[in-house]
Design a protein around this ligand. Structure first.
Ligand code: ATP
Ligand code: MG
Length: 431
């Protein structure tokens, strides 16, 4: 039987949590304070810890740090009041991504425990940074997360806007409800309205049934409007109304429908410029930018380049069963000086390929070369093919021509490799 450790100095809370845990079929281990809890962890192995943050003898954060040493990456659910969400960032750094914000119902508690216990990994992607600017920014984000404030995340492509949006949702009291993401750039203009607001039966040809829009699906939770800068001005006006009135109009609907949704919007466009050039409504901008967050590009975070490159190298080395231990001095210098137009996403991909290709324990600058040979501004069909070809041939070299192994390394099927090789035809006399 799996055990869950409950740590809270409040007798009533302890009793309620114990009851929830037992009712769900787990064994409960209860502690009144962190010192008591750490002592219990010496003797008993638990599958999860639920802990308050404000307790006598030791603060919640120190407790989490100590507990981590004993339970590894097992999940920790943090119970917190509004005010203490401010140290959400520090707590998150300890690998905590589950919060219950007081007050909550018995049902909230059991639902959360169930979600955590049925999940296979502890935390979804976390935000890795050692940059002072970023840390300050995350600190602020931590405190805004708990509110219902609209958040606008600005930043170049690949800077981590979506990761941050998901983090805000996770750290908010809406985290039991869905985060519904809509990529405004990916949906054709004429479909976006019904996608967002839904439609009534018969609203247009083909509308056989009533369909709920993303706003309705996000009710009680958060909607992530990705690439908001791509919205047409008609839709911008409609969105403004939703933000003001907290109700939506389904396409073909006669009555507005009230919705309770927190909006997080992102864009990689310069909205001030879009406003100046008449493409973005200023009034909508003011509504959205109640709390603007500017994610700095990677090239302005040299510490993070190093940290993230190391993180990705370790991750992919593990995934690909290799024994990469780091980068050569030359490679580190290369990473530091590159422009990283595609930011973290580009770095992640570059390191992924380098790990794949590297022949020794240290990744060298030559392992990044296939990327460098492609001008970043002009990636066309042809150069992508060349890159692909390069990658496949290099991988085949490392596997001594074994296609099954190469396919595994590249994360594609053998069939794909065969097709690609056939597609390149004569260009591949060697294999
Ligand atoms: N701080 C971080 N630590 C680790 N990984 C990160 C971090 N920030 C971003 N990433 C990773 O970088 C990639 C890009 O992040 P994300 O999709 O959030 O960027 P984005 O700004 O939304 O990009 P786009 O503008 O292209 O939509 C993802 O794979 C994400 O997991
Ligand atoms: Mg994005």
């Amino acid at each position: 039987m799996k055990s869950i450790l409950v740590v809270d100095d409040d007798q009533q809370m302890r009793a309620a949590m114990k009851e929830a845990v037992v009712r769900m079929g787990y064994q409960s281990v209860v502690a009144e304070d962190p010192v008591d809890a750490l002592k219990k962890l010496e003797d008993i192995s638990v599958s999860m810890i639920i802990t308050d943050m404000k307790m006598p003898k030791m603060d919640g954060l120190s407790f989490i740090r100590e507990a981590r040493k004993r339970i590894g990456s097992l999940p920790i659910l943090v119970i917190t009041g509004y005010a203490t969400v401010e140290n959400a960032v520090d707590v998150m750094k300890e690998g905590v991504c589950d919060y219950l914000i007081k007050p909550f119902s018995f049902e909230d508690l059991t639902n959360t425990i169930e979600t955590i216990m049925s999940r296979d990994s502890t935390c979804s992607k976390e935000i890795i940074t050692s940059d002072e600017n970023m840390k300050g920014l995350l600190q602020l984000t931590g405190s805004v997360a708990a509110s219902d404030m609209t958040v606008l995340i600005l930043g170049e492509s690949g800077t981590g806007k979506e990761v941050l949006a998901r983090y805000i949702h996770k750290a908010s009291r809406r985290n039991k409800k869905p985060l519904v993401a809509v990529n405004c750039a990916a949906i054709p203009d004429n479909l976006l309205e019904s996608e967002l607001f839904g439609y009534e039966k018969g609203a247009f040809t083909g509308a056989m049934e009533r369909k709920a829009g993303k706003f309705e699906l996000a009710h009680g939770g958060t909607i992530l409007l990705d690439e908001i800068g791509e919205m047409t001005s008609t839709l911008q006006a409609k969105l403004l109304r939703v933000l003001q009135e907290k109700e939506i109009d389904r396409v073909g609907g006669k009555q507005p429908v009230p919705v309770d949704v927190r909006v997080i919007a992102t864009t990689n466009r310069d909205l001030q410029k879009e406003i100046a050039e008449g493409r973005f409504r200023e009034d909508l901008y003011f509504r959205l930018s109640v709390f603007p967050i500017n994610l700095p590009p990677l090239r302005e975070r040299p510490e993070d380049i190093r940290l993230l490159a190391g993180h990705f190298a370790e991750k992919f080395s593990k995934e690909l069963n290799k024994t990469i231990s780091g980068f050569t001095a030359e490679a580190s210098e290369f990473l530091k000086t590159r422009r990283w137009k595609g930011n973290i996403r580009e770095l992640e991909n570059a390191v992924h390929r380098a790990v794949l290709i590297a022949r020794s324990e240290l990744i060298g600058v030559e392992d990044f070369m296939i990327e460098v040979s492609v001008p970043q501004s002009a990636v066309n069909e042809g150069s992508i093919k060349d890159m692909e070809m390069d990658l496949i041939s290099k991988t085949l070299e490392t596997t001594n021509g074994n296609k099954t192994q190469a396919a595994k390394l590249l994360g594609v099927s053998v069939r794909t490799i065969r097709n690609k090789l056939n597609g390149y035809g004569k260009k591949f006399p060697a294999v």
